[in-house]
Each structure stands twice: as structure tokens, then as C-alpha cells.
Write a protein that binds this ligand. Structure first.
Ligand code: 26Q
Length: 818
């Protein structure tokens, strides 16, 4: 039997319709005349997947045969967003599909709306991983993304009486047509037990792990298509299942119920994404998740992607594992264990290999966000890994003591294992010691990482530290999300920008062209109209026409300062109703919030309640509701972002300087023609440098000023007392005006602002409202505003994740396109 290359279905309307109907009949098992929208959607997704699969299978084969270096992206989160639109874009099938479906009496947009997005991430970090794998596929670079197939992704947010209530995200309930499960390729993962010394066949004393329980990791493959280049990479997400051995043992003991419970226990590991994105709790299940996916992934790569006789001394020539924050760092001792315990490699040789196989990206500056695992928990769950970590630490500290004789304080500061407040492993230190490179995600963040978070390490290994400023994929966030703008850009400078975003610079001269500016405003107006339609249908929210659209979308966190945004709204409102300003002089604005709070984050939830209360009161206030509207659609996610960002006039990036590692929403807004009001923080700094001071509305303290104020002692109550505008805004919030006279309801938030205000919202308030006054003034001149907005687009091509990926490839991964 001659087996040729895998062939994709024909790229024609006829070819598509045949394939689609075949899939509907034989894949889904229904007649077209009886198919539900979901049946049609699933059949369409599977059909489009067929077009991609041919390239995927061929590409995988050529890659393995070529023996090139692969990027192994290790991330506990991938916030992918909907797949159908992206797959149609990548394959160039959109028009064919639209026409083909129409001939079957089916509307493509209806099917697209049917897709539930896989929300397997919390926010920025997970979305960044999704952008990166998109860019690597588009750059034709072989990459395997490794992660967890959570059965429940980030919770679905609802509001009940203005308060956040979480609902489970049952994203798999209607089936998941984009995944390819491979139960036959399951990998065993061990946990628990003890370690012991033994003497091997050569008479060498060694240590080994005697685990006490295990689970299976079942791989689910997802295709990651490049844009119009035929490359399709793999995202491999692991799902936990009970092992047969495990089952049998208990079933044989006769305790049926206990056996079923044990099965559930195993499957719990990939059950749910932890919804905390900044203040991780040291939960044992979370550690199980981390080790689970990392152990599966390393084994998968070494045993299934490399030839059977591969010499693991050469591993660094074939893989670089990028650690997306510390979540996968347990991979470091796991690789050591595979090399030393299982493959009997000499410790020093194994360590040399390991140090070339990993690189670490840090995504935070908040001390409470740095992961630390108690040794007690590690000893119980991964006893051999704990020993290996101790041994790594011993070797490392020996080196430090040699380099700095007598400086015992330094050795203690740098120790991977700390004793306070309890004996624990500092995962960021382990990642830094093991990684070939350590990077931050924006210039300022990388600088602060060197100076404040890991100063001893950057002094010891200056060349290890580097910066790669984040980026976003222009395919999803411009080409797909903003078709109105895409058409205008294409007509003006051609289509090359989609894979070469620096070419947006060619738009710069058009900023001076009144006709182009008018068309740009038409694009914004059309996008606002599209958003208005969506919000009415989705949330029953009515967006007024002709308002400045002011948008703040991101996770709810005190350092991001949604409460400061609220104070600005309150202050404007208060000044109108008290008669301090003439309503005729107010720029009509709609404020849109989108934000999920971690379910256990008290103050974040109070802030959500306050925003909703203000939104409701303002909506009912006839004196102001034609001028000020607050909209807070629940459950902000990638799908909503794709509609919101293109409609925005103003992007709120107002974190306290020195706290937001980078931000990536800031980039998406600028690229879609919004102006930024922002602090000198994260990637805002680079946005401002690129677009120019005139085209960015800067306010607030700089990071050194923040450090200085905190050192002097900060007293928010004194700021409140000394600023009458601020005082009136806070007093109004505390007065019960927004809570039907109930003053207690706002108490937690008000008290925190007055007597704690950890992130200096009151200190930056005055500067913020002055900057907002400048926004009003600017917006009053539509031509001046659109000129600046267009310059933002023309000057921010740098923020393509294609550029980020090129920097990782050249400076960190030393890997190449195929
Ligand atoms: C860790 C341990 C246990 C439970 C949860 C976690 C956890 C999960 C998610 C800790 C952190 C996160 C997410 C962090 C994150 O999204 N950081 C953001 O990363 C973006 C991409 O680099 C940056 O742009 C943002 O500035 C940064 O906040």
C-alpha cells in the first residue's frame, strides 16, 4: 500500500461544502435539516480543522526528521480566545466558508457566536502565552506549547445586587471540536512516598524515589496555525486520569466506593484553574498541577519527540524550555531526576545540561506574588525533588561563598531555601540559578527586577539578565478584532503589516490628511456601534451615542487602581450635581469597566460592588445621565476584549508606578487607535517613548518618587483632608448616595482608601484628574484627537509579539525558523 503525504480537502466552495456535509452527517451524526446551531458549529470547526491537519501532520514529520531545536513553552495558562475566526484567517478559508455555508442556508456569524472560548488563563500571563505561540507559528519556528487542560477555566463572572458571584466555566459541556485527545499516549506521573539509598549494578551508591501514588496524563493536542504560511504547531494540554494500577489495587480490596473516590481524586488535578493571579496561596493541589503538567511534558519531549537512541548530553541542542513565570519551575529538579536517577548521568554533567535547557521569564514585582513552596509540602508530595533542590542549593551556595569569601549574609540572602517565615523553596531563585537567561517583560520591569527583586543574582551573573518587552499578536487583535480598521489600513498601505507590524509606520504621513482622519473617525464610530449592539444583547447595557469611550479592562487589583478611576468619575459627577461646574462644559463620556476579582480577594470585590453601585445611580440620575455613564459588563474575557478595544477612544493604564510588570492591554489599545492616559509604569514607558509625549497623557508619580514617598511615610488621610475635590468625592461615596442611604455598604472601600491606600491612589488623584481635564480639552477637537490616535497606531508596530519572539529567538533561545 502506497502511503502518500497527507492531503487537505480542496480550497473551493464545492470542496468545502462536501467536506462540511460529510462531517455533519458522519462526524456529528445529524442531517443538515435537523442540525442545531451547535451541531453546525461543531461540524464547521472539525471541517476547518481538517484543512489545517494536513499541514500539521506533515510539518511535525519534517521537524522530527530535520532534528532542529524546538521551543518548549511551559505555561500553566493559555488564554486562547475563540478558535474558529483565527483558523479561518490562518487558512484563508473565510470567504469560501461564508459562501459555502450560505448555500446550505447557514450564517457564518451565527456559528462563530456559538463558540465558547477556552478561558484557560487568568489574564495577562495566559494571554501572552497565546500570543507567543501564534507568533512562533507565523514565524515558522517549531514550538510545542505545554500546559494543562483544565476542565473548568477562569470562572464566569456574574453580578448579583452589584456583587461578583462566580459560576463554573463549563467550557467543555457542548464538546470541544478543536482538540485531539490521545489516551493511548498517556504518561504516568508519580507522587508521594519516600526516597532511599541503594547500590546500582556498578556498585555505585545512588538515591531513588519510591513514590506512593500516581496518575495518568492524557495529552490533548491543539493546532496552532501560522498566518498564511502553512505551518501548524502543537499546543499539548494534559488532562489527569486515574491509572489502572491505582484503581485495581483499591477495587481488589473490595472497597468500591473508595476506589471511585480515588479516581475522582486523581482527576481533580486538572479539574480547575486557580483564579488568583497575584497572591498565590500555597495550596497542595496547585503544586500537584504544576508538577503534573511539567512531568508529562518533559517525558513527552524526551521520549516521543527525540529518537530512541538520543544522547541526552546533547539535549540543549534540541530543546529550550521557556518557564512562563515560576509556575513550571519544578521542571528543573524533574529534569535533574530524569538525567541522574533514571538515565544515570553524572550530577555535574546533568546540571550543565539542565542549565542550558531552561530560561525563565518573571512577570511580577509584587513580593506577595513570588511563589514559595514549604519544604514540608514538597517533602510529602515530591520527596526526591526536594533532595535534588537541596543539592542544587548546596552546590550554588558553595560557588557563592567562593566568589564572596566571608560574606555569609550574602549566601543566606541568595539561598534557594529560606527559613523564614517557614522553611520553604523560593521558586524564582531556583529558576534564576537554573536558567541560562532571566528576563523581565518591559524595560522598566527588567531594570527593577535586577535592582530590587534579584539584586544579588544580577550582580553575580550580570549577563544572565535581559529584557524582552512583551507584545501582542496583530492577527487576533487588529486583523480579526478590527476589520473596519484593517480595511482602511489595507487600502492605505497594503496588507504586509499583518506579519510585519513596523510597516504601520507608513501610516504616519496620513495623520496629517484630513480625509484619512475622517475615515479613521468613521471606523471608530462603526466599532462603537458594533459594541453597542453587542452590549445590549449580551448585558442589556445601552451605550449612549457620541460619547468619548473611556475603557479600563484588566483584572481587578488594588495596584491597578480601579478605585482611582472611580474617584475620577465620582469627582466629575459631584461637581456637576453640586453646581461647581456648568454641565454644558462637560465632555460626555461613557466609562467602561471589565474586571474579574479573585474570589477570595476582599477589597477587589468591594471595588466591583462600588463600581456597580455608582453605575446604577448614575444611570438613574436625570441631571447627569446624558453626560456620564458607567458600564460594567460582567465576565470580561478575550471575546469581549475583541469588541471593546477597537471601540475605545481612551485607554486607562493607571497602575502605581513600579507595580505593573508590563501590561499588554495597553499595547492592544494603542494599536487600535486609542490614546493612553497612563502612569510611567511597565510598557507604558515604552509606548510613551515611541508615540511621543504629545500623543500620550502622562500623570502620576514616577517609580523613584513612589519609593521616596513610601520611605518618608505616606498618610492618605492627610491627602484627603488637604484636597477639597478629593474630599468631596470620597464623602459622596461614603454618604450612602449610591447605596440607598446605607453608609455601611461602602465602608470597607472608603476606610481602606483613607487609612491604608497601599497603592497611593489618593496621592496620584490630583495629577490624574488634571490629566483627565487635558483629555477633555483634546477630545473637543476631533481632528487633533484623531491625528494623535493615528500617530499612536503608526508608532507602536514595535509591540507585535512577532518582534518579542524574534528577540527571544536571537538572545535567549538560539533557535531558528524552519
Ligand atoms: C501562582 C501560584 C498559585 C496560584 C496562582 C498563581 C498565579 C497565576 C497567575 C500567579 C500569577 C498569575 C498571573 C500573572 C500575570 O498575569 N502577570 C501579568 O503578566 C503580563 C504578561 O507579562 C504582564 O503584562 C502584567 O503586567 C502582569 O501583571
Amino acid at each position: 500500500l502506497a502511503v502518500g503525504p497527507v492531503v487537505s480537502p480542496p480550497h473551493s466552495v464545492d470542496g468545502f461544502v462536501k467536506e462540511f456535509l460529510r462531517e455533519l452527517n458522519f462526524g456529528t451524526g445529524v442531517l443538515l435539516s435537523r442540525a442545531t446551531v451547535n451541531d453546525q458549529y461543531v461540524a464547521l470547526a472539525r471541517t476547518v480543522a481538517h484543512y489545517l491537519a494536513a499541514r500539521w501532520l506533515e510539518g511535525g514529520r519534517t521537524r522530527r526528521e530535520a532534528g532542529v531545536k524546538v521551543v518548549g513553552y511551559l505555561s500553566a495558562e493559555y488564554l486562547l480566545g475563540r478558535q474558529l475566526g483565527n483558523a479561518l484567517l490562518a487558512t484563508g478559508l473565510r470567504d469560501i466558508v461564508e459562501e459555502g455555508l450560505e448555500s446550505c442556508g447557514i450564517n457564518l456569524s451565527t456559528l462563530r457566536a456559538q463558540e465558547v472560548e477556552p478561558g484557560l488563563g487568568n489574564g495577562g500571563l495566559g494571554r501572552l502565552a497565546a500570543c507567543f505561540i501564534d507568533s512562533l507559528a507565523t514565524l515558522n519556528v517549531p514550538c510545542i506549547g505545554y500546559g494543562i487542560r483544565y476542565e473548568y477555566g477562569i470562572f464566569r463572572q456574574t453580578f448579583v445586587d452589584g456583587r461578583q458571584v462566580e459560576q463554573p466555566d463549563a467550557w467543555l459541556s457542548l464538546g470541544s471540536p478543536w482538540e485531539f485527545p490521545h489516551p493511548e499516549a498517556a504518561v504516568q506521573v508519580d507522587f508521594g512516598g519516600t526516597t532511599e539509598e541503594y547500590v546500582d549494578e556498578d556498585g555505585t551508591p545512588r538515591r531513588r524515589w519510591l513514590p506512593s501514588w500516581n496518575v495518568l496524563g492524557v495529552p490533548y493536542n491543539y493546532m496552532v496555525p501560522g498566518y498564511h504560511n502553512g505551518r501548524v504547531n502543537t499546543l499539548r494540554l494534559w488532562s489527569a486520569q486515574a491509572t489502572k494500577a491505582f484503581d485495581l489495587q483499591i477495587f481488589n480490596s473490595g472497597d468500591y466506593a473508595e476506589a471511585v473516590r480515588a479516581q475522582t481524586f486523581a482527576e481533580n488535578i486538572s479539574k480547575v484553574l486557580y483564579p488568583e493571579d497575584s497572591t498565590p496561596q500555597g495550596r497542595e493541589l496547585r503544586l500537584q498541577q504544576q508538577y503534573f503538567f511539567v512531568a508529562c511534558s518533559l517525558r513527552d519531549f524526551i521520549e516521543r519527540e527525540l529518537p530512541a537512541d538520543f544522547d541526552l548530553h546533547d539535549l540543549p541542542e534540541r530543546i529550550i524550555f521557556q518557564l512562563n513565570d515560576t509556575h513550571p519551575v519544578i521542571a528543573v529538579p524533574e529534569l535533574m531526576r530524569l538525567l541522574v536517577d533514571e538515565r544515570k548521568m553524572d550530577w555535574d554533567e546533568a546540571w550543565a545540561v539542565t542549565q542550558k535547557c531552561f530560561a525563565y521569564t518573571c512577570h511580577t514585582l509584587l513580593p506577595e506574588a513570588l511563589e514559595v513552596w514549604p519544604t514540608e509540602m514538597l517533602a510529602k508530595l515530591l520527596p526526591r525533588h526536594l533532595e535534588i533542590i537541596y543539592q542544587i542549593n548546596d552546590g550554588f551556595l558553595r560557588e557563592v561563598r567562593e566568589a564572596f569569601p566571608g560574606d555569609e549574609m550574602r549566601a543566606r540572602r541568595m539561598s534557594i531555601v529560606t527559613d523564614y517565615p517557614e522553611r520553604a523553596v523560593r521558586m524564582a531563585y531556583l529558576a534564576t540559578v537554573a536558567g541560562a537567561k532571566v528576563n523581565g517583560v518591559a524595560e522598566l520591569h527588567s531594570q527593577l527586577l535586577r535592582d530590587k527583586v534579584l539584586p544579588d543574582f544580577s550582580e553575580y551573573w550580570p549577563e544572565k539578565f535581559t529584557n524582552v518587552t512583551n507584545g501582542v499578536t496583530p492577527r487576533r487583535f487588529i486583523r480579526l478584532a478590527n476589520w473596519n480598521f484593517t480595511r482602511l489600513i489595507n487600502e492605505t498601505i497594503g496588507t504586509g503589516w499583518v506579519t510585519d507590524l513596523d510597516r504601520l509606520a507608513e501610516l504616519e504621513p496620513y495623520a496629517e490628511d484630513p480625509e484619512f482622519r475622517a475615515r479613521f473617525r468613521q471606523v471608530k464610530a462603526a466599532n462603537k456601534e458594533r459594541l453597542a449592539k453587542l452590549l445590549v444583547a449580551r448585558d442589556g447595557i445601552v451605550l449612549p451615542e457620541g460619547h468619548l469611550l473611556d475603557v479600563m479592562v484588566k483584572r481587578l487589583h488594588e495596584y491597578k487602581r480601579q478605585s482611582m478611576k472611580l474617584l475620577h468619575i465620582l469627582s466629575t459627577y459631584e461637581q456637576i450635581i453640586s453646581g461647581a461646574i456648568d454641565p454644558a462644559t462637560v465632555t460626555p463620556r461613557t466609562f467602561v469597566f471589565g474586571a474579574k476579582a479573585a474570589p477570595g480577594y476582599k477589597m477587589a470585590k468591594e471595588t466591583i460592588f462600588a463600581i456597580n453601585a455608582v453605575a446604577a445611580t448614575l444611570a438613574a440620575d436625570e441631571r447627569t445621565n446624558h453626560l456620564l455613564t458607567v458600564a460594567f459588563p460582567a465576565n470580561y474575557n478575550v471575546t469581549l476584549a475583541e469588541k471593546l478595544i477597537p471601540a475605545a477612544d481612551l485607554s486607562e493604564q493607571i497602575s502605581l508606578a513600579g507595580k505593573e510588570a508590563s501590561g499588554t492591554g495597553n499595547m492592544k489599545f494603542a494599536l487600535n487607535g486609542a490614546l493612553t492616559i497612563g502612569t510611567d509604569d511597565g510598557a507604558n514607558v515604552e509606548i510613551r517613548e515611541l508615540v511621543g509625549d504629545d500623543n500620550f497623557i502622562l500623570f502620576g508619580m514616577s517609580e523613584p518618587e513612589v519609593a521616596d514617598l513610601q520611605a518618608r511615610g505616606y498618610n492618605p488621610a492627610a491627602v484627603y483632608e488637604s484636597n477639597p475635590l478629593l474630599k468631596r468625592a470620597i464623602d459622596l461615596l461614603a454618604s450612602g448616595h449610591f447605596t440607598e442611604g446605607n453608609r455601611d455598604a461602602m465602608n470597607p472601600l472608603v476606610m481602606d482608601l483613607l487609612y491604608n491606600d497601599r497603592f497611593l491612589a489618593l496621592a496620584d488623584f490630583q495629577s490624574y484628574i488634571e490629566a483627565q481635564a487635558k483629555v477633555d480639552e483634546l477630545y473637543a477637537d476631533p481632528d487633533a484627537w484623531s491625528r494623535k490616535a493615528i500617530l499612536n497606531v503608526a508608532r507602536t508596530g514595535f509591540f507585535s509579539s512577532d518582534r518579542s519572539m524574534r528577540e527571544y529567538l536571537d538572545r535567549i533561545w538560539h533557535a531558528k525558523a524552519l
